[in-house]
Design a protein. Structure first.
Length: 94
């Protein structure tokens, strides 16, 4: 039973492309560090809002630059970035 659940979870996690995980991780780091840097000045709630806006803006701008080059604008990269930003915010609260 536990092995079946483990295998199912492992298959789901292994099916996520590595570039999406990198987008999530970088957005996590940016969001977390921004909140920790500006929360003493602005307060926690405001720093979370500002941090998420900046982080998601960076994700969108990065995809925009990709679309100008050889790559395409990938909405899934932005979704991964948003997830990373949210997780970074949650970790910064703890």
């Amino acid at each position: 039973m536990i092995k079946r659940i483990y295998n199912k979870l492992a298959n789901i996690l292994c099916s996520i492309p590595s570039d999406k995980l990198i987008h999530k991780d970088i957005s996590f780091i940016i969001s977390f560090l921004l909140i920790k840097a500006i929360s003493p000045i602005t307060g926690l709630i405001v720093s979370i809002i500002i941090s998420n806006i900046i982080t998601i803006g960076i994700d969108i701008y990065k995809e925009y630059l990709d679309s100008k080059g050889d790559n395409i604008f990938d909405k899934k990269d932005i979704i991964a970035g948003v997830i990373g930003s949210i997780i970074g915010s949650l970790f910064a609260i703890i």
